[in-house]
Design a protein around this ligand. Structure first.
Ligand SMILES: [Zn+2]
Length: 160
């Protein structure tokens, strides 16, 4: 899958664009795709930026999460553009559940890290689109408005 236009300016690591909210070690420049930079997270939710490319969201806002998250419309990962969400689902081993993925050892002393637990244990992953969301800073929970549509993908064997 080719990199969406909106994502071409993102930092690359191992050939892949590094999402806006992924924590990057300031000394080594190495991203930890399983950890979130909470300053970027706050910027995304408060300024309504895409969690993947970091540019302003459009009319439709897309959320990725497990079936339970979709049911209660509760998320940690910020909303995204459709093409950014679909790209993340297709190439991110963490989201697609591809075999062999191992999070890097944590070496972010002093950094603000939030580990993404919400989709790890689910065999399915979903993509939903909506028009709006609200967020709560203390709990770091984003609540999406009712979804217009929800697609469900099996994480075994990856995302088509
Ligand atoms: Zn985007």
């Amino acid at each position: 899958m080719s990199i969406p236009d909106r994502m071409v300016l993102l930092q690359r690591y191992g050939g892949f664009p590094v999402p806006f909210t992924v924590l990057v070690d300031l000394v080594t420049g190495i991203p930890d795709f399983t950890a979130t930079d909470m300053e970027r997270w706050y910027a995304a939710v408060s300024e309504r930026l895409c969690g993947v490319c970091g540019t302003p969201l459009d009319y439709w806002i897309w959320f990725i999460g497990g079936p339970q998250s979709m049911e209660i419309r509760s998320f940690f990962d910020p909303g995204m553009h459709e093409e950014c969400a679909r790209y993340a689902l297709s190439v991110c081993p963490y989201l697609s559940g591809l075999k062999g993925y191992r999070p890097a050892p944590r070496q972010h002393e002093g950094a603000v890290i939030e580990v993404k637990h919400n989709v790890v244990d689910s065999p399915d992953i979903c993509l939903g689109n909506t028009r709006d969301f609200v967020f709560d800073i203390p709990s770091k929970i984003i609540t999406a408005a009712p979804f217009t549509s929800i697609e469900t993908f099996s994480r075994k064997g990856g995302i088509p």
